[in-house]
Design a protein around this ligand. Structure first.
Ligand code: ADP
Ligand code: MG
Length: 661
């Protein structure tokens, strides 16, 4: 780390949110097992099958949101500071984690139509563009991507070709990224909402059962914000903040057999990313692990920065209040409780290589220079004054003449074209009228003029295109008060500010309460002075009782964990048995039906591509060779052609067995 600026550690912020009882749950008469203490940030969960005397389990988080909480409460208190950081150039991530039907999508997206039910994503859109519109002396570029991970395959929800599976790549400078992921530069809330809706539509179109699909896939909305500003050193600096908004797959334990018609192998992939997420968190928190298994899944690789890395991260654990989801709720609470202990080292991304903003700026300068060379920008003033003079005669008022921005560009160009054309036409007419010229000579001169008019037209067309491109590019760079304007009035602004202050105050109060609670327990002992032996015995007995209850709770927790461990282990063993059985079948086929020399040939050519998690064939001919080269090798070409589909399947089977992974 030598030479790098020191960065502070920051824990993952974890909040819990409990949705209201659904009508179905109420009708079925389920009891409530969750109690939330909003002031203290605590959730208590009571086992509906508890033995008498068993205490509820209590978990403390950075904040908790009960059924009556508003979307804006969660946003202002918890998410707003993170988005502010992203606007300053930090990376940020918000996860929603929880069982299907507990409100992950409600929290992330919410109900679009009703403003007060809008979730984190639409609120972030508003927040980001309002911030930019109020900024000064800064240039912003905002772009968005939308993707989904389903059965360990990455799908670009904004791409034309939905069948294309995207690959993860790693760059030593910028970290893990998705190759060829499409992204759209957006200039305002409406545009980014459009991008979001486009992706959401794509997401639902491809699936026969949307509920099942969304409960098994991870959706990630990615916003990249680049900001350029002149620093105190007089140089221009660019900061880049990346925001991941993640609606995770349902955290419920998957049915071992998977959905109907699904082979076990497919079912085993469903929650691979989610269990890998759990493993990464455990390893990070463990403190003894030197290896963090980020590479085990697409999700954990992609969000490596957010877990123990340089990002600021929030996890919203969503819960159902009713007794029938007790097991899942408890497991969500435990998961969230573990995540609390992850430490990140957030850092501003200053002047990274290859920013789009820089590219845009350079392109704009280039286009501007070209336009100037073509006389478009430079000539403007002269021409508009000329135009004014010409129009004065008709008594027209020309406002555009004063206006020196690019809006007048197209108009100017039109006029310029007209003027030039008129001049040439005049000259043409003059030639025609000139009786001193011989007709041949006249014809030649006229043709020349015609050609000049045609060239002029072409030239103007090209310039027009350039100007359009220039305008389009410049409009994408957002400048507060100029290209993007804030329409909130003073009163609204005041209200907004007030709301933020309250949110901040609430947060501070809760932190203090939590701190006090902790300190209370620590200092009770020190403060106590006993007036009599009797009193000392009483107080110590009380304390003993308290500690005993705590001990029992911890013991119960250990037992629970142990049971869970055994269950998971049994699952794994079952999966392993199934795979071994499948492997045996494939072996039987290979050993009995494939000539050994063919088998050896293939084995020698197979290699494992860790990046793509696939077995692959080494090419027969060195890369860059073409098919004619292959034809020149008759024996291997024939041997290669026939059985390849068979072999490919063999390779697949080998891959699915843990021994080969
Ligand atoms: P998930 O995405 O976790 O599967 P959803 O977000 O689809 O769950 O929520 C399930 C249902 O519960 C939806 O009808 C949603 O409107 C409702 N819901 C979830 N959370 C809340 C909440 N905090 N307040 C009101 N309704 C909620
Ligand atoms: Mg959902």
């Amino acid at each position: 780390m030598a030479g790098k600026p020191r960065v502070g550690c920051e824990a993952l912020r974890v909040v819990a949110r409990c949705r209201p009882m659904s009508r179905r749950e109420e009708a079925a008469g389920y009891e409530r097992v969750l109690e939330l203490d909003v002031k203290l940030g605590q959730v208590s969960i009571r086992n509906p099958r508890a033995a008498p005397g068993e205490l509820p389990k209590t978990f403390t988080f950075d904040a908790v949101y009960d059924a009556s909480s508003k979307q804006a409460d969660l946003y202002d208190e918890t998410v707003r500071p993170l988005i502010d950081s992203v606007l300053q150039g930090f990376n940020g991530t918000v996860f929603a984690y929880g069982q299907t039907g507990t409100g992950k999508t409600y929290t992330m997206q919410g109900a679009w139509a009703e403003p007060e039910k809008r979730g984190i994503i639409p609120s972030a859109f508003e927040h980001i563009f309002t911030h930019i519109s109020r900024s000064q002396n800064q240039q912003y570029l905002v772009r968005a991507s939308y993707l989904e991970i389903y059965q360990e395959e990455i799908r670009d929800l904004l791409a034309k070709d939905q069948n294309k599976k995207l690959e993860l790549k790693e760059n030593p400078e910028t970290g893990v990224y998705i190759k060829d992921l499409s992204s759209f530069v957006t200039k305002n809330v409406k545009e980014i909402e459009h991008v979001m809706n486009l992706g959401s539509q794509t997401r639902s179109v491809g699936s026969t059962n949307m509920n099942e699909h969304s409960s098994r896939s991870h959706a990630i909305f990615l916003i990249t914000i680049e900001c350029s500003e002149t620093g105190p050193d007089g140089e221009e600096h660019i900061r880049v903040g990346k925001l991941n908004l993640v609606d995770l797959a349902g955290s419920e334990r998957q049915n071992k057999m998977g959905a109907q018609g699904e082979r076990p192998k497919e079912a085993s992939k469903i929650n691979l990313s989610l269990s890998a997420l759990g493993n990464v968190i455990s390893a990070l928190v463990d403190g003894r692990s030197t290896h963090i298994p980020y590479r085990d899944s697409k999700l954990t690789r992609l969000l490596q920065d957010s877990l123990g890395g340089n990002a600021k991260t929030i996890m919203v654990a969503t819960l159902g209040p009713a007794s029938h989801s007790y097991d899942e709720s408890l497991s969500t609470l435990r998961f969230a409780n573990r995540a609390k202990n992850i430490k990140n080292k957030p850092r501003v991304n200053e002047d990274p290589k290859d920013t789009l903003l820089r590219e845009f700026q350079e392109e704009i300068v280039r286009l501007k220079a070209q336009l100037e060379k073509r006389g478009m920008l430079g000539k403007k003033r002269r021409r508009s004054s000329r135009r004014k003079k010409a129009m004065d005669g008709e008594g027209a008022v020309d406002n555009e003449g004063e206006d020196e921005n690019e809006d007048g560009l197209e108009k100017n160009m039109e006029n310029y074209l007209k003027e030039q054309k008129e001049r040439l036409e005049e000259e043409k007419a003059a030639i025609q009228d000139d009786h001193s010229l011989v007709s041949e000579e006249k014809q030649k001169l006229l043709q020349e003029k015609e050609k000049m008019i045609e060239d002029l037209r072409k030239e103007q067309e090209a310039t027009e295109l350039l100007a359009i491109k220039y305008k389009a590019m410049e409009s994408k760079l957002l400048i507060g008060g100029r290209t993007i304007v804030d329409h909130t009035n003073e009163q609204q602004k005041m209200l907004e500010l007030r709301r933020q202050e309250i949110a901040e105050q609430k947060r501070r109060e809760r932190e203090m309460q939590q701190e006090m609670l902790l300190r209370d327990e620590e200092t009770m002992e020190l403060r106590e002075t006993y007036t009599s032996l009797q009193q000392e015995v009483e107080i110590k007995t009380k304390k003993l009782k308290k500690l005993y209850a705590k001990l029992q709770a911890v013991k119960a927790e250990i037992q629970d964990q142990h049971d869970e461990y055994i269950r998971v282990r049994q699952d794994l063993e079952e999966a392993q048995n199934e795979q071994t059985r499948e492997l045996k079948l494939k072996y039987l086929i290979i050993e009995n039906f494939i000539p050994p020399e063919e088998k050896n040939k293939i084995m020698n050519r197979l290699y494992f591509d860790g990046d793509e998690d696939q077995w692959k064939f080494q090419p027969l001919v060195p890369t860059g060779g073409n098919s004619s080269q292959m034809k020149r090798r008759p024996t291997s070409a024939v041997g290669y052609k026939r059985p390849i589909s068979q072999y490919a399947r063999v390779a697949m089977a080998r891959r699915s067995h843990p021994r080969f992974r």
